[in-house]
Design a protein around this ligand. Sequence first.
Ligand code: PEP
Length: 256
Amino acid sequence: MSDARKKTVGGNWKMNLDREGVRALSAGLAGAGLPVGGVDVAVYCPFPYLTVAGEALGDSGLKLGAQDFYVEPNGAYTGEVSLAMLQDCGVSTVLVGHSERRHVIGEDDVLCNAKVLAGLQAGLEVVLCVGEKLEQREAGQTDAVNAAQLCYGLAGVSANQMAKVTIAYEPVWAIGTGKTATPEDAQAAHAAIRGVLGSVLFDEATATGVRIQYGGSMKPGNAAELLAQPDIDGGLIGGASLKVEDFSAIVGAAAG
Ligand code: PEP
């Protein structure tokens, strides 16, 4: 592991909470003294409440993130939200290719790639999510699925731009299910991802600097073990990010 890799933890609130819930959670996190221990911490808030969250986070140092966006700058794209709109609301980091967008909404790798490139072009931090479904894991395809999603998703991204990209390895079968990859299985997938970054897409120095989060039912009870693995540089947290205490405990585990 490179000591230069700062741990990074994101809270993905998904389509949860209302205005007051967002305000209370954001204020609670800021009041809990997050971020701590040099860990980068971001929360990915539903679109309508981004400004509510931003105001409550204040100057805490917690980053405000969006769960999705569209690649075009403006125009006839009914229902979509542009990067400029998000930046206007204080967003500095975006998720791309979360498994719920890939497998529930139907986003493909081509769109994910366009989103990665657009996010970087706009100067935002981009978290590209990859991960296999249960049947793919059972067929021994985990590393191949991750490699394909990385190669498609990062096409046209330069080694320099990778400073603004985080990869989130999120096995689909572990998201929101209470099932977690064992630390050893997660580590093996992360090492393989870093291998693709180092030997297929970029070079070893670039791969060594890229942070790879684990996501999939990470909780206070299993975070420390997962985060102790050499290639696990943080977590993307769904359910447990909705409670100040649980999310703070995970960030604390990342701080070591
Ligand atoms: C996620 O939403 O990215 C996630 C990992 O969810 P959960 O922690 O609930 O599995």
